[in-house]
Design a protein around this ligand. Structure first.
Ligand SMILES: NCc1[nH]cc(CCC(=O)O)c1CC(=O)O
Length: 333
């Protein structure tokens, strides 16, 4: 049976403020292209256990699985995700139909009292739960000779994390700038880390739209929303992570930028993509491995190949995958 394009597109979304903002953003874009769009809000298992250790029960995939079930059962047509939280390999039958133009990929320093790392008082506490931020912060602190500063876990959605900061549990916290900007919380950002200081996570700052692979008419409808250069950058970054073991919660950073962008933002026109990655030893002596490469890229496949190449450099230098149940950081999405 072939399905006609649905009259109304339904977006399955988690109900956190960030997830709803993202779903509404995609709804507005689709409406601009003449589609009628509804949202289907859902509380995922991941949301229910946000404050427990997700790694013990299956990691970030928990946030995605229930949305996928809604797609499978035909209750929704698409799911909108922070690309950073989407597992490197989607389950059989699902595909990314579009990656939107990326916004700010950087990490942000949020602190009521301290303008930056260097201003932290003695024995200060910095909150973050991503292993990537932990290993990168440790390297920065080591450069500053600040072995007194402690990095403590920080979980919950964005509002919860800010509340914990304001309650005085931390001197500062590090969050993705994109999430704060989407929620109108940009004023909380004291500064953004340049990528040389704190390399972003694969896909950070980009939104991805997932559909059933068996519904090509949806992929077609979503094409006008896709941004080829952002998609290729994310594909290169995600390939690094996938090659190193597929977990989105490894102590891994991967960030691709166009040294020479494709003409008219059409990926097929080709350009030069530069990919940087870093892998940190999460325990023991701070150890940070870095790798980078650039290549002419005119397709997602070429971007993927660049990612594999950079991952292999890291592997040769000693980077290891974390296995399927790494330390999951809870999405604030
Ligand atoms: N891991 C949680 C998560 N997933 C997406 C975002 C923010 C938006 C984005 O990176 O696209 C965040 C919050 C954060 O890391 O601070």
């Amino acid at each position: 049976m072939t399905l006609a394009a649905p009259r109304t597109l339904t977006i399955a979304t988690r109900e956190s403020r960030l997830a709803l903002w993202q779903a509404e953003h995609v709804r507005a874009l689709l409406q601009q292209h003449g589609h009628a769009v509804e949202l289907l809000g859902m509380t995922t298992l991941g949301d229910q256990i946000l404050d427990r250790s997700l790694s013990k029960v299956g990691g970030k995939g928990l946030f995605v699985k229930e949305l996928e079930l809604a797609l499978e059962q035909g209750r929704a047509d698409l799911a909108v995700h922070s690309l950073k939280d989407v597992p490197m390999e989607l389950p059989t039958g699902f595909e990314l139909a579009a990656v939107l133009q990326r916004e700010d990929a950087r990490d942000a320093w949020v602190s009521p009292h301290c303008a930056g790392l260097a201003e932290l008082p003695h024995a200060a506490v910095v909150g973050t739960s991503s292993l990537r931020r932990v290993v990168l912060l440790r390297a920065l602190l080591q450069e500053l000779g600040r072995s007194d500063v402690r990095i403590e876990p920080l979980r919950g959605n964005l509002d919860t994390r800010l509340r914990k900061l304001d309650a005085g549990q931390y001197h500062a916290i590090v969050l993705a700038a994109a999430g704060l900007m989407r929620l109108g919380l940009e004023a909380r950002i004291r500064h953004r880390f340049e990528p040389e200081q704190m390399l972003p996570a694969a896909g950070q700052g980009a939104l991805g739209i997932e559909v059933l692979a068996s519904r090509p008419e949806l992929a077609q409808a979503l094409q006008p929303l896709a941004h080829g250069p952002s998609w290729a950058a994310a594909a290169a970054e995600r390939a690094v992570s996938r090659t190193l073991g597929g977990s989105c919660s490894m102590p891994l950073a991967a960030y691709a930028t166009w040294v020479q962008a494709p003409a008219q933002e059409r990926l097929e026109a080709g350009g030069t993509l530069q990919l940087q990655a870093a892998w940190g030893e999460p325990e023991g002596e701070p150890l940070l491995l870095r790798a980078s490469a650039s290549a002419r890229v005119d397709s997602l496949a070429a971007a993927d190949a660049l990612g594999v190449q950079v991952a292999q450099q890291l592997q040769r230098a000693g980077a290891r995958g974390s296995g399927p149940a790494g330390h999951a950081s809870a999405p604030a999405a």
